[in-house]
Design a protein around this ligand. Structure first.
Ligand code: PLP
Length: 356
């Protein structure tokens, strides 16, 4: 049976990515060797790295003066690397969920953290508005998409200070005005590649004059100076990332991906909002994520959750269990998810309702 993969991360990848990765595991670039057993210094892999970096720049329209890196350690390592490299005395953070919270915890090791606003009071089911970022902060950090709670900020903020964003779960789902940012990071396993690589886009200039001595591997400059090849990079995830980036280009780039993602999300939210059984956990439409759609059973149907899960499973729908801190369901609609899978989920919801 065809599976409909709604996992939040690691998550669905395009068939193009999976097929080409599988082929390269057997024979990489006609070397007669597997991608798993070639030197990262080989000319064949250098070509992979070069093209992957160039395609990130092309797809996101990255201006001159920025570098693209693929590092290990996950997005979680960036929670520490960002303040290590960029914080002198004080940084401002927006607290919109578990990931933002973890970033704040790490930043506190390096200086004063001004949490400009938080939506923790309502279990992070909205995006705080009307907060002010202090002018004397070294940078402002926010999470564009809150994977666990299904909220998203889809407009690049205006700030006077340097801007840093965790775009792990919505990168490549819309055009981004990269010039507004000094650093963007994203774990690969949500919209790009298998786990193991983290994409970083950094303005080179911010790395001059570091605030403190930084261990070599945690210093962005080390990696920028060596074209992300200071040490052995995550070869396989980078190869897969390249396939996804080629696929995104083939699809027409991020503007087209955004149209597609908006259409998928609109269809699912519409089914939830018009349902007598289900309800969305994020009330304000403006704050709703187009990547992770969170919903629960209305209180009067709460005990039917398991039954719906069983029906969904019988239809090949996998990965819709909500994160434990929200409960209910979460359908992740990453770029590679076909409309057909959204249709399957909506059909299962309707079938369930009609049986009641
Ligand atoms: C998944 C996720 C992370 C953590 O990523 P790791 O690569 O597992 O460290 C951080 N931020 C956001 C927004 C995420 O969705």
């Amino acid at each position: 049976m065809k599976k409909h993969n709604f996992y939040a991360g690691p998550s669905i990848l395009s068939q193009y990515t999976i097929k080409n990765t599988a082929d390269a595991v057997l024979n990489f670039a006609d070397t007669g060797l597997s991608i798993l057993e070639v030197s990262h210094r080989s000319k064949e892999f250098q070509a992979v790295m070069d093209e992957a970096q160039a395609l990130v720049k092309e797809l996101l329209d990255v201006p001159a003066g920025y570098s693209v890196l693929f590092l290990g350690g996950g997005a979680s390592l960036q929670f520490a690397m960002v303040p290590y490299n960029l914080m002198r005395t004080k940084a401002a953070y927006l607290d919109t969920g578990v990931w933002a919270h973890k970033a704040i915890k790490e930043a506190k090791l390096f200086g004063e953290v001004d949490v400009v606003a938080s939506s923790e009071d309502r279990n992070y089911n909205y995006i705080p508005k009307g907060y002010a970022v202090p002018d004397d902060a070294d940078y402002f950090h926010y999470t564009t998409n809150n994977t666990i709670y299904g909220t998203e900020i889809r407009k690049d903020p205006e700030t006077k200070v340097r801007l840093v964003a965790d775009m792990s779960s919505d990168i490549f789902s819309r055009p981004v005005d990269v010039a507004k940012y000094d650093l963007i990071y994203a774990g690969a396993q949500k919209n790009l590649a298998p786990a193991g690589a983290t994409l970083i886009i950094v303005r080179d200039e911010v790395l001059n004059n570091p605030p403190r001595p930084i261990p070599t591997m945690l210093n962005y400059k080390t990696h920028v100076d060596k074209g992300s090849m200071f040490n052995t990079p995550p070869v396989l995830p980078i190869f897969s990332a390249l396939q996804t980036l080629r696929y995104y280009k083939e699809m027409g780039g991020v503007k087209e991906l955004e149209k597609f993602d908006l259409a998928k999300a609109a269809k699912l939210y519409e089914a939830i909002d018009s349902s007598k059984v289900f309800q969305a956990t994020v009330p304000d439409h403006e704050d709703r994520s187009i990547m992770n759609v969170c919903f629960v059973m209305k209180p009067e149907y709460a005990e039917l959750e398991k039954q719906f899960m069983e029906l969904a499973t019988s239809k090949g729908i996998v990965g819709i269990k909500g994160h434990r801190s929200v409960g209910g369901f979460r359908a992740s609609l990453y770029n590679a998810l076909p409309m057909e899978s959204v249709d399957a989920l909506v059909a299962a919801m309707k079938e369930f309702e009609n049986k009641l």
